[in-house]
Design a protein around this ligand. Structure first.
Ligand code: GLU
Length: 380
């Protein structure tokens, strides 16, 4: 029994020793990891608020903070951060392995996937439309009251008042003709032969006839002939008048209201060169001016040189609720859904570790916390 007991002790001791030895080896390997060259990452970024923003001499933003969490989780060390002037230059830097990873608001597309690898999607996105909010109609632009106010302002417009005055003057012509014809006759339409009273009567007739509401009509043959011509004129006048008011209201509506992607054609659109938004617009045959960064697009909109900006919806929504608050608003929701990914050189050994870290951050709530910090709860 004693011998057998000793043997067990010996086996246990050896086993413990082995385990401890492995443990020591393992922890040595773990301690090595953050400093080994394979764990050093040269990061490429692209300024695109609020995903990558410059905060003084440092970089911040959702994507930068997410990257820092991923790096901590995966044991990676960011040795350098280099900004690219546009998203396609960033993809190029990753493809040419001038950087080991690229993060910004890079949409995963088939064309880019041919050139680089992507991590799991790190953010749900898509395209959106931003328009300027007219200075004095912050709340009324889409409400039911707007039609009323547009009709009201159309009726009070200078053109309309001028036209009305003109009509009142022209109407004096048939009034005079009828006055001179009918006052000669007993039982004629004009019962007063004095000029002022007589003209008042015939003028009332010609005005009401213009709106096809005359109660009276001339009695003489010549007078009736004039009345027929005048009524004919009134029909044409009413038709032109209705068409004029209608078209001025609809064209104002057509040009003034962009409610979604279907309203983009024919408006002055601006977008960012090399972006998926630019590719979308080309694809849809919608003419658009391009600028190199989104801030320039916001300036075009503010200066009234563009009717709408088409770009990444979360980027536009962030601008709407921050710097552009009160001056701009997004319309039409998110269309053309896209996912953002971290771009990696083809076959990068980092991909598996980044994906695991990303999933871990989603599981432990870190990802959610970042989304809420930057975008509020409606995006999470
Ligand atoms: N999500 C856009 C894209 O990947 C961003 C474009 C940009 O960074 O300007 O094309």
């Amino acid at each position: 029994v004693l011998v057998r007991g000793c043997r067990w002790v010996a086996v246990a001791t050896v086993a413990t020793g082995l385990l401890l030895g492995f443990g020591a080896l393992n922890s040595a390997a773990a301690a090595d990891q953050p400093t080994g060259p394979a764990d050093d990452v040269r990061l490429g970024v692209r300024l695109i608020p609020p995903f990558v923003v410059s905060e003084g001499d440092r970089l911040g933003g959702f994507s930068v903070e997410l990257w820092n969490e991923i790096a901590r989780e995966a044991g990676l060390r960011t040795t350098s951060i280099s900004p690219s002037p546009d998203v396609s230059a960033l993809i190029g830097a990753v493809e040419g392995t001038r950087v080991d990873a690229g993060i910004a608001a890079i949409s995963i597309t088939s064309e880019r996937k041919r050139r680089v690898d992507f991590s799991q999607p790190m953010f749900d996105s898509g395209l959106g439309i931003l328009t300027a909010t007219p200075a004095n109609s912050a709340s009324a632009d889409k409400s039911g009251g707007s039609l009323f106010s547009r009709v009201f302002s159309a009726v009070l417009s200078r053109d309309f008042l001028q036209l009305s005055l003109w009509i009142l003057v022209v109407t004096l012509i048939p009034a005079h003709i009828i006055y001179f014809i009918e006052r000669q006759r007993r039982g004629g339409m004009v019962s007063h032969s004095t000029y002022l009273h007589g003209i008042a009567e015939s003028y009332f007739w010609s005005i009401t006839a213009l709106a096809s509401q005359a109660e009276n009509s001339p009695r003489t043959r010549v007078g009736r002939g004039v009345a027929v011509v005048w009524m004919y004129f009134s029909v044409i006048f009413i038709a032109f008048f209705t068409a004029g008011v209608t078209s001025s209201l609809t064209s104002e509506r057509l040009l003034g209201t962009i409610a979604g992607p279907q309203d983009l054609p024919g408006n002055r659109i601006v977008t960012v060169a090399k972006s998926t938004a630019a590719a979308y617009l080309v694809d849809q045959n919608i003419d658009a001016a391009t600028v190199t960064d989104i801030d320039a697009a916001y300036r075009e909109l503010a200066a009234g040189r563009a009717d709408a900006v088409v770009y990444d919806a979360p980027v536009l929504r962030y601008y709407e609720t921050h710097r552009g608050k009160g001056h701009v608003h997004t319309v039409g929701g998110t269309f053309h859904k896209e996912g953002y990914g971290i771009a990696l050189p083809k076959g990068s050994p980092l991909r598996q570790r980044i994906d695991v870290a990303l999933l871990k951050l989603r599981e432990n709530g870190t990802y959610e916390r970042l989304v809420v910090t930057w975008f509020g709860s409606e995006n999470s």
